[in-house]
Design a protein around this ligand. Structure first.
Ligand SMILES: [Zn+2]
Length: 135
């Protein structure tokens, strides 16, 4: 795990694995939140693997709420939004992930895929459909 949190009392960032900070602050709640975020992330992955995209998004949203700096969870959300063809949401999640972890090897590929898909999508919606829908 990367440093996922800092002490809410003194902002020390070297508190990973501690239950009490150097300043005496109680960190057990923080650890529980972190454990919950891990569990939600894993449930999100399981739901995604099972094809339950909407459910997976809910788990990932919970993970991101508990641990807003989790770049992997934001990237997972981006992929899920893309599966639902919600390109603005997918891009927003991806940009958030990019802010948190600009050197992630996944970013360039995801950006390209999203841009290409969004372009295809715009062309499709920009052209009125004449595919036999009119009587
Ligand atoms: Zn502290």
């Amino acid at each position: 795990m990367s440093a996922a949190y800092s002490c809410p009392y003194c902002s020390a960032s070297d508190v990973e694995g501690l239950t009490v900070c150097h300043c005496g602050g109680d960190l057990t709640l923080l650890l529980r939140i972190d454990a919950a975020a891990d569990a939600w992330f894993n449930r999100g992955l399981e739901a995604a693997a099972a094809g339950e995209t909407a459910q997976a998004l809910e788990w990932m949203a919970a993970c991101c709420a508990a641990r807003p700096i989790d770049a992997a969870a934001h990237r997972a959300r981006a992929r899920l939004w893309a599966q639902l063809r919600r390109w603005p949401d997918a891009s927003a999640a991806l940009e958030r992930a990019a802010e948190l972890e600009p050197d992630s090897p996944d970013l360039a590929g995801l950006r390209q895929a999203f841009d290409a898909a969004a372009r295809r999508n715009r062309r499709k919606t920009a052209t009125p459909a004449h595919d036999g829908g009119e009587k």
